[in-house]
Design a protein around this ligand. Sequence first.
Ligand code: SF4
Length: 214
Amino acid sequence: MGSSTDPLKVSWSGLIESIQSRIRLLRSLDQREHNYLGYNLRIKGQIGGNTGEFIVAVGPGAQDKHKFRVGFRLAAVSTTIPDTRMEIAGHYKTSGIKILENPPDSIPDGPPFFGIPPSLEIYRERGHLRLDSRTYDSKCTTCIWGCRMPVEMIIDHWNPSQVKYRLETFCYGPKSCRFYKAGPLRQVPGRRGMSYTEEDWVDEQETAHRGKDE
Ligand code: SF4
């Protein structure tokens, strides 16, 4: 259990520059399973005596309570994540959150979209489209619908310890977004040199219940 003397605990403060969903993806060839964990806040500020940008994870309960969005200024304590292969954030288990400054009332029209991100259930219901990683980096890092997702790939079902890790970028936003670019098809490696290519119909099927502007 953590305590105030826990060497992994670190105090931080700063401005929310971006808030996105914290979702993991488990792949095994054409099978995939999502794990909806909470939200990642990209903060510009101070952490453990250093100044810069850093990412902290907050749980769905904290997000539901505070309704964070871009522009909040916060202070809190988080725990350094020991194994970041399945995380975008460097810190999690955020507690003692203090709101130092509220964001301006007006929210600019998107894209990118800066409102309060929806519940994780809404992300799950909406489904995602693959998003070109260069588009994500240049246009989508501040959008509530963008997600850089840690992916664990089980290479061999008969030997589940044989796994690989990577990051993939997705868009949960309106399919008509002018910034959207799918990028190349993604391949999932399997045993003995096999691989699965995720074709466009997977995204089309997952988001077929949404109109292009939803
Ligand atoms: S492509 Fe998606 S993530 Fe990027 S700005 Fe548009 S809605 Fe947001």
